[in-house]
Design a protein around this ligand. Structure first.
Ligand code: ADP
Ligand code: MG
Length: 383
């Protein structure tokens, strides 16, 4: 992990220079569920060498033996997490660097992408026993800020919102829909609760409560939140005195649990147009269009086409460190969805970002070695 994203120290002091980076893309395979086992499904995904995903279409053991690897396909990512990967390992590999970046004043975004049931909410929110990226990121932030308290003042504020059918709602204080507006921090939801958090337990409870407030589709009551996007934003503000000057830094971390991608996957503009108007998720479609435009290096990126892309304008491409975690099921019953998800994840690897850091930054301790990662892992696994 360390070193893949450019550290602030690599940018010349007193200037705002750009270093080219790209989105980091990870794939997480979840364990086979009981329901899938009972339905007689087989695994059609293998993780090889911690980086490769091998997808093969076969319905039975006989088919597999007959087809061998002929019909399979390999995809290669920054990391591929097998189903035994712990929440802390996922956090350390995918997100810990971004949290460090946020402390240095750089925005970071992590989004989980994949079909309903593929493990997005488990990865982002997790459970009380196995908290996910959202909670571990905040835990890590608290601990880093504590270690650096001698160095200046940090304040941590969080907000949690949902986009459902192009309506933005506050998940921490449900009520009327919120309007988006532009301000100096980018696009913001007017009136969104900013919660000052002090402990990890408190954050977990808050987020779980928030998740209960997510909209459930009336027609698919067992598939909660399949069409709603949940966005946690954590803003870290740092202030200190440098002689007579006040040094300030603001970094924003956006952690996003996207709606199920199953009904909005299209890989080219023609297909996108042909399914427009159907009952699909406009925000997810717009995200696909933005990813296509970013990959193709287009000048115009259609951020304004949906609430989600408006909110992510400063968090996709541009000067933000961006991570995508693609979640997949191992079951051959989800073969088509898994193939689409892997296809998208593969494409997202091509998005270039510019890691921009601004003047006035003194470089803090950037953990950049395997030893630091191992230490952090131990720290996070401690209760
Ligand atoms: P999604 O949010 O993508 O619709 P969920 O995160 O709700 O999917 O996952 C579906 C089910 O699978 C849940 O019961 C969840 O607890 C379980 N699950 C997902 N990923 C894992 C994992 N890595 N380990 C154990 N259980 C998981
Ligand atoms: Mg979910």
């Amino acid at each position: 992990m360390g070193g893949k994203l450019k550290a602030a120290g690599e940018v010349g002091a007193g200037t705002a220079e750009a270093a080219e980076n790209r989105i980091l893309v990870f794939v997480r395979l979840r364990p086979m569920s009981r329901k899938e086992k009972e339905a007689g499904s087989r695994s059609c995904v293998k993780i090889v060498n911690k980086k490769e995903v091998y997808l093969t279409e076969y319905a039975s053991e006989n088919d597999y033996l007959r087809l061998k690897r002929v019909r399979g396909r390999h995809f290669c990512f920054d990391s591929a997490f097998p189903d035994s990967t712990t929440q802390a390992e996922v956090y350390c590999t995918s997100t810990a660097d971004l949290v460090e970046g946020v402390l240095q004043g750089r925005n970071g975004t992590v989004f989980c992408y994949g079909a309903t049931g593929a493990g997005k909410t488990y990865t982002m929110l997790g459970t009380m026993e196995n908290p996910g990226v959202m909670v571990l990121a905040i835990k890590d932030l608290f601990s880093k800020v504590r270690q650096r308290s001698h160095d200046g003042n940090h304040s941590i504020q969080l907000s949690y919102l949902e986009i459902y059918n192009e309506t933005v709602r506050d998940l921490l204080s449900p009520g009327r829909p919120l309007h988006l507006r532009e301000d100096k921090q980018g696009t913001v939801a007017a009136g969104l609760t900013q919660y000052r958090a002090y402990s990890t337990d408190e954050v977990m409870k808050l987020l779980q409560q928030g998740n209960k407030n997510r909209t459930t589709e009336p027609t698919r009551v067992n598939e909660t939140s399949s069409r709603s996007h949940a966005i946690l934003q954590v803003v870290v503000e740092y202030r200190s005195m440098d002689g007579v000057n006040i040094v300030t830094r603001v970094g924003k971390l956006s952690l996003i649990d996207l709606a199920g991608s199953e009904r909005a996957l299209a890989t080219d503009q023609r297909t996108l147009r042909s399914i427009e108007g159907a009952n699909i998720n406009r925000s997810l479609l717009a995200l696909s269009s933005c990813i296509n435009a970013l990959v193709e290096g287009k000048k115009h990126i259609p951020y304004r086409n949906s609430k989600l892309t408006q909110l992510l304008k400063d968090s996709l491409g541009g000067s933000c460190n961006t991570v995508m975690i693609a979640n997949i099921s191992p079951s051959n019953l989800s073969f088509g969805e898994t193939q689409n998800t892997l296809h998208w994840a593969d494409r997202a690897k091509e998005i270039k970002t510019k890691a921009l850091t601004t003047a006035n930054e003194d470089v803090l301790n950037v953990p950049d070695s395997e030893t630091d990662q191992a230490k952090l892992l131990l720290e996070l696994q401690k209760e």
